[in-house]
Design a protein around this ligand. Sequence first.
Ligand SMILES: Cc1ncc(COP(=O)(O)O)c(C=O)c1O
Ligand SMILES: [Zn+2]
Length: 418
Amino acid sequence: MPRIASLECSRCHHHVLADTPQTLCPLCAGPLYVRYDMEFLKRTAHRDEPASRAAASSASLGMWRYASVLPDVQPVTLGEGWTPMLQSKRYPGLLIKEEGANPTGTFKARGLSMAVTMAKHYGLKHLAVPSAGNAAGALAAYASAAGLCAHLYMPKDVPFANYLEGVVYGADVHLVDGLISDCGRLVAAEIASQKTANTPAEEIWFDISTLKEPFRVEGKKTMGYELVEQLGWTYPDAVFYPTGGGVGLIGMWKAFDEMEQLGWVSGKRPKMYALQASGCSPIARAFDSGAAASEFFQNAETFASGLRVPKPYGDSIVLDIIRQSGGRALAVSDETILAWILDYARHEGIFLSPEGAAATAAYDQLLASGDLKPNDRVVLFNTGSGLKYTDMTAEAMHLRRPGMLPTSLPVGGIITPQ
Ligand SMILES: Cc1ncc(COP(=O)(O)O)c(C=O)c1O
Ligand SMILES: [Zn+2]
């Protein structure tokens, strides 16, 4: 396992040391990337090592099979990663990366496993996250596994599962009458007031918002390593990724970069497709207008709750990756998302998350328009299990079983941002 050489700013390329917990670039507030000594890795890290490491271990290594390209720390793991790659029953070129198989039922487990691992390594005690829902559930689980305190801020209308996992794992749960952007402001304000109130250092919360610390990207990069290894160390033609904050896209692109430097893969990188819901599509709008960054998406509303991110912090990085790769950003309606959930459940046996269904709907649209060919090799991420959204999906289908489905979250304690 390599030592971290430094953390590099994605915007101005300033380097900072990773000896103490870091958030954003101190010079320009850009997200920081973990960097290793690549010359050392070229000599020591071989691509057949993840498989032999996994074969030699009696416990599931999951994404930690890639320890040779991850920080040298003791993992806080619940078995995340190394998820199934499913061949579609109907489309010869389509492979579905089933991230619903992760602990807490979504790909968020990868980033939070890594971020909590590092937080524990640094001796942090209190971790706070603004979340569209699934990151909060994942933080609650990993913080519990690590013996740390999790402070969750999420919209009051998240899927019930997200609220319940916070409660069950023993986290400090805050429901907010607003979106993830409001949650982010509340977390930042709470931490600022703790600092001005001279709170003892170990009690000050550490903010693990998307891209505002370096390690969630580092965990999500394992999706890039994994898909290339599962394809026999080759690239697919395209990657379809339901995009909210865009951390997965950024992480996979970083993985491609590293793997090419290490000689683990070569050839043309996949076209990266960012899929959104029409009710909240800041990236698709910016892509269409040719803008370098997104605009705040007013009145965001979609039952694909993980995509309700009105202004992603890493928007310019995401747009740059999509354009460099020759991919696209597209949005589909909630009606379409529901139709594709039912389609995959009934024809493929897969209960997609609404986010994953947005990607499958876009896939069909691009096949129909001829932009994609049936034999193009596409890896499509079902980022979460449909089972985390039973209340939302039932509501979208106008299904009700009185007394069995929660109709609203418990009242009281909901924060209305000023
Ligand atoms: C199931 C699901 N898919 C996709 C996303 C978007 O993820 P990202 O922030 O990496 O774009 C989320 C975010 O909450 C999610 O929960
Ligand atoms: Zn910078």
